[in-house]
Design a protein around this ligand. Structure first.
Ligand code: SAM
Length: 262
């Protein structure tokens, strides 16, 4: 028996009820192209393979690869990449021909980096279903005014629509994580692109504001925008960044881009 590797965030899903609930929420169709992050011992992979024709996955742990390769007996089309998700680019895998449905019971220590990877790859993604540590997942779907509302929240909600589907108890995993988990669906907003000028400016702006989140936005952004201009945009210059809506962030971003061009 292989010992689960804590450093790789290995908490394997063992609860059939939860696995079936995931499947029901994801609702895989035969013609879907799935991409799974961190297949582990294949708990989810096995379920998906029976439903869809095309599934690729990535698993970093060499010890788990032989077990996953056996799944080719069920579906010869199944392909597992022995790599880190952070090294893969979906457009290279699909050659720009289709979009993936991405799914993963994520290694929790990589959640932020996998979100960033998802932002970068969003043009090749139809939807995403991720299991996170609950506290982290809640940050992504947080609303203005909450302590957990931060830079990652703004970027996530700028790029994706999201629904938090359900919470999962530690007992559903082996080994049991010390934290509760949450399963969330994201759908990329078609009009948004992480590499656009607007998104790049938004990244700069959120970096500036949230690195000094206790300061009023007129103070943290003093070099960029005057208090009067905030007021003209209908935004209180005395606000802290966590009280701004995504729409406010977009308004300020557009203003900064126009100002530069004007
Ligand atoms: N999908 C399986 C399940 O639900 O039982 C395993 C989930 S486990 C929480 C996370 C998996 O991600 C582990 O198998 C781990 O080895 C793998 N992993 C960790 N870091 C990774 C990385 N950088 N790239 C790809 N897989 C990774």
């Amino acid at each position: 028996m292989l010992k689960p590797k804590k450093s790789l965030g290995q908490n394997f899903l063992i609860d059939q009820i939860v696995l079936n609930r995931i499947l029901e929420a994801v609702n895989p169709k035969k013609e879907d192209k799935f991409f799974e992050i961190g297949s582990g011992k294949g708990a989810l992979t096995k379920k998906l393979i029976l439903k869809v024709e095309s599934i690729e996955s990535v698993e970093i742990d060499k010890d788990l690869i032989p077990g996953l390769k056996k799944l080719k007996l069920i579906s010869p089309e199944f392909k597992v990449h022995e790599d880190s998700i952070l090294n893969l680019e979906l457009n290279k895998l699909s050659q720009g021909k289709f979009k993936f449905r991405v799914i993963g019971n994520l290694p929790y220590n990589l959640s932020s980096r996998i979100m960033l990877w998802s932002f970068k790859n969003s043009a090749n993604i139809l939807d995403l279903h991720y299991m996170f540590q609950k506290e982290f997942g809640k940050r992504l779907v947080s609303s203005p005014g909450n302590k957990s509302y931060g830079r990652l929240t703004v970027l996530t909600q700028y790029l994706f629509d999201s629904i938090d589907l359900f919470e999962v108890h530690p007992d559903s995993f082996n080994p049991k994580p010390t934290v509760e988990s949450i399963f969330i669906k994201f759908k990329p907003k078609l009009e948004r692109d992480f590499h656009s000028k607007e998104a790049l400016k938004l990244q700069e702006l959120t970096q500036l504001m949230f690195s000094k989140r206790r300061k009023m936005i007129s103070t943290s952004c003093k070099s960029l925008i005057s208090p009067n201009d905030f007021t003209n945009l209908g935004i209180n210059p005395k606000d802290r960044p966590e009280s701004l809506s995504i729409k406010d962030f977009i308004k300020i971003t557009k203003y900064l881009l126009n100002k530069k061009n004007g």
